[in-house]
Design a protein around this ligand. Sequence first.
Ligand SMILES: Nc1nc2c(c(=O)[nH]1)N[C@H]1C(S)=C(S)[C@@H](COP(=O)(O)O)O[C@H]1N2
Ligand SMILES: [Mo]
Length: 551
Amino acid sequence: MQKSKIAEGALVGGLLTVPLMALLYLGAQAFGLPFPPFDAFDWLARVLPGDAIRLGISSMVTLISSLNLGETSSTAKLMEQLLALAIFLALGIALGAAFFVWARRRSGPEPLTAGLLAGLGVAAIMLLLFSAVNQTATAPPLLSAIWLAAAFGAWGAALGWVYRQLRPAPGVPEAAELPARRAQVAGPPVETGVINRRQFLMRVGNAAALITVSGAGLGALLDSGGGQGAGQGAASTAALPDFLPNLSDGLAPAPGTRPEYTPLADHYRIDISLIPPRIGEADWTLPITGLVDTPLELTLEDLRANYDAMDQYVTLSCISNRVGGDLIGTTLWTGVSLRRVLAEAGVQPGAAYLRITSQDGFREIVELDLIESDERIMLCYAWDNQPLTVEHGFPLRIYIPDRYGMKQPKWITRMEVVADYTEGYWVQRGWDELARVRTTSVVDTVAANALVEQDGGLLVPVGGIAYAGARGISRVEVRVDEGEWQAAQLRTPLSDTTWVIWRYDWPFEAGEHTFAVRAFDGQGTEQDATVRDTYPAGATGIHSRSAVLTS
Ligand SMILES: Nc1nc2c(c(=O)[nH]1)N[C@H]1C(S)=C(S)[C@@H](COP(=O)(O)O)O[C@H]1N2
Ligand SMILES: [Mo]
């Protein structure tokens, strides 16, 4: 009978948690109220040990690439969101089961009151988690607190109420204790007088379904307006923008090479939150404090109007990008040189680092010497000639050439000039301190369907990218099967800090062939052929692609 209580409680917990999630979703969509399933997950992502997070992410990336589930970062984000919902539902089920067991054993408070109190307890925990990660909700905190108390309180009270309705009248044995009674389900009403337990649970289920469908439906309707939909990815095959500096380069990429300039909607997105922090321009300033002569507090307009704007074509790669992966993209970054801004604040003697804090709790540290030595290090407010999107860090992010994305905070809210080193977010979790981009190259395509004719012979266009951070690419070579390394042609890159598009046209031979690529950076240093995992300092190894060629 204990077992049947657990099962019944789990069922009721689940039945009540699904509509709760729908209502929370509606509240988030309509009024910017918190969405605890995501807050709880985001909180977990921050407190779990780095090893656990890494294992989770790398299994997800493996799953996505081996099943060909699409672009890695958006698919991973979606999977994480589904996981967050599943965890929340599992918690609701567990709490329902625990409540039913507990309520049965106790002679304490009335179930409805007990349920209400339990719900308020959960609300308090959710409120704590929400304040710990605090960034997705835009509603006033007090309103958020009241909403959580109401939603979870109602959930708990409903749990208690259902428990009470299911409780047999004193002296009447429970259905589960009397298997024979099961036969009566379709027959005359049992002990509750009007309807039996199963019918009652069906009604609870129906009500739950009704609330779920209306809440989630309404929320989804409100959603269709905002945000960047994945549907915009359709632009990915469109022609390159006509303002690119290398349009006159005659070398056409081999058909199937990734776009040299990444359409904004296709640029990967990696960060530690399920929903990116939404910052209003009016609410935002950038304080620059610490060891400075004049503390500054800059608005976005100050940055746009009072400093010379710089445009830089930049390739950004995640340190978690596998050789050949899609966690890499190229676009036009616009902003102001950081050393100009720091000069205005006046760095004091003894200062050695700039500590950067972001809205989502992310943080990084940059050496002042590095900032001083490289005017390209930039506070960036525009990508692709438009203000940064919410996903990519509105209102402000930093650009540091030659470093992986993990060193380059988005959604910057504060900068402090300090004397002492503290580890950045991912460094604390075991990743490389320097995170300097490693030289890699990728075969994007063996264009077996786009053979070109030359001097009566047929050539197979092979092509892809090579990238060495800010060091540039001096040479790319291709090897077919076990042959010699042959020089590929290089397209003029968009800038010194972007990837380079290469192309190699191979005299056609039918059969299965493997095409491998290697690159040399601007100083002539060959890329590392050692097969290395992304952790802790970026992946290395030779990329290759096989194709069956038929005439
Ligand atoms: N505030 C903040 N900045 C962040 C991150 C983050 O989680 N939070 N992720 C970093 C990582 S790991 C990468 S790879 C880049 C990705 O930038 P993108 O999402 O605009 O492509 O942002 C970096 N900046
Ligand atoms: Mo990253």
